[in-house]
Design a protein around this ligand. Structure first.
Ligand SMILES: [Zn+2]
Length: 236
């Protein structure tokens, strides 16, 4: 079987992504990617399955298919490539839709603003039409606060956000009355990794019957451990 290691890369096909829909592949696309209709039908049916029983049956069908066909690499590889192309096409469609909504939002804001400016220019508060009216109204809520020069603000009007080891903060808390509790204390993954990689302080990396490390010979951090790296499939 082919090799293994992959990210979802650029689809290799020459077919332009924009011409595709997110629905099922057409016959041309299917033959382009050498996808067998069995697999396509099964994958689509899985999406449409409404109850758990049907879903399990389809999943079993897919597993059986893969078991039978895994040596016919092209079908499975083709379907994975097809997925990559469809991901790219759907992302493109989504970004185009976002752009379109931005355009309409801009038109809406722009015309509203011009109309308001014109009405204010003529000192008109209400314009009556046949279907409805346009009103210029004062905003509710707080008056807008304008921090026009933050550097001039005295310290008592500012809040500091500080990042430091929790041990340091606790030392400060111990001597500063009224120092607040830390809002959040994020795991310091760099320090945790270093501590887990360091040799065990008790057995000095000898392992064996060590009570501290349990025989690994490595450092211990309560509540943290390193798991084995997983594996992944690379499509080439
Ligand atoms: Zn040890």
């Amino acid at each position: 079987m082919a090799t293994t290691s992959a990210t979802i890369g650029a689809a290799e096909s020459a077919a332009p992504a924009t011409e595709m829909t997110v629905a099922r592949p057409g016959n041309e696309l299917m033959s382009l990617y050498r996808i067998e209709s069995d697999l396509v039908e099964l994958m689509a049916a899985l999406d449409e399955a409404e109850d758990e029983e049907t879903k399990r049956a389809i999943e079993q069908g897919i597993e059986e298919y893969l078991g039978r066909e895994v040596r016919k690499v092209d079908h499975i590889r083709g379907y994975l490539r097809y997925c990559e192309t469809m991901i790219a096409a759907s992302r493109l469609a989504a970004s185009e839709a976002t752009q379109m909504s931005r355009i309409w939002q801009n038109r809406y804001e722009s015309l509203k603003e011009r109309t308001q400016q014109t009405m204010e220019g003529f000192q008109v508060k209400v314009l009556e039409g046949q279907a409805g009216k346009l009103l210029v109204k004062r905003n509710g809520g707080l008056e807008p606060l304008d921090l026009y020069n933050e550097e001039l603000l005295p310290d008592e009007y500012r809040t500091a956000t500080i990042e430091m080891p929790l041990t340091q903060w606790k030392a400060i808390q111990a001597v500063v009355p009224g120092a607040p509790e830390a809002k959040r204390a994020e795991p310091d993954t760099k320090r945790i990794r270093a501590a887990l990689a360091a040799p065990c302080w008790l057995c000095n990396a000898k392992g064996g019957e060590c009570q501290e490390c349990g025989g690994t010979g490595k450092g211990r951090v309560p509540g943290a451990r390193l798991n084995e790296r997983g594996s992944h499939l690379e499509i080439r």
